[in-house]
Design a protein around this ligand. Structure first.
Ligand code: HEC
Length: 153
């Protein structure tokens, strides 16, 4: 019986971990490897879906292609990713990371959060429809709100 309970606990741990995948390793170095699109953090807004001061990064795209993308509003290329990191005013460390990754011509949406600085980010099980419902308001710019402001005009 004891072994059975142990196995059950172990199984539930696996199942729980399965519900909350961690932040993919590929995002690990985004602050170094990606282009910061927002020279100043985007301040909180009244109906902010991702509460806090937000830095937005463009990954997997060259600066030249990013600038071209911004000027003609063409769809972002496959393999590119836009990542938003949000830090609450009273906390001093990011609590949320939201990503939009372009695969086979469409965006995949994901959101990761944590409660404490020492904690790993874990994906929250939010349906992509929630993200798309709002982001479709900017369908004309391929569902992406943020415009890249180059620091070297
Ligand atoms: C209620 C509207 C709303 C919802 C819902 C929403 N977003 Fe956003 N999102 C925004 C706005 C507005 C911005 C522009 C930056 C800002 O003001 O935070 C943004 C920015 C982003 C960005 C940076 C790229 C860009 O479009 O500027 C990503 C990535 C992102 N959101 C992912 C998500 C994901 C993933 C979800 C669902 C889990 C989601 N968003 C749900 C409104 C929304």
């Amino acid at each position: 019986m004891r072994t059975f309970c142990g196995a059950l606990i172990l199984l539930s741990c696996f199942m729980l971990a399965g519900c909350s995948p961690p932040l993919p390793d590929t995002l690990g170095d985004y602050a170094v490897e990606c282009i910061l699109m927002t020279p100043e953090p985007i301040p909180p807004t009244e109906d902010d879906p991702h509460v806090g001061f937000k830095d937005v990064y463009a990954c997997g795209i060259s600066e030249e292609d990013l600038l071209a993308q911004m000027s003609d509003g063409a769809p972002w290329p496959d393999g590119s990713m836009v990542l938003k990191e949000s830090t609450k005013a009273h906390q001093g460390y990011p609590w949320l990371i939201a990503t939009a990754s372009k695969q086979a011509g469409s965006w995949e949406w994901a959101e990761y959060t944590r409660n404490f600085e020492s904690e790993d980010f874990a994906q929250i099980p939010v349906g992509e429809d929630t993200c798309i419902d709002c982001h479709k308001k900017v369908k004309s710019s391929d569902y992406i709100y943020t415009h890249y402001i180059t620091s070297n005009p």
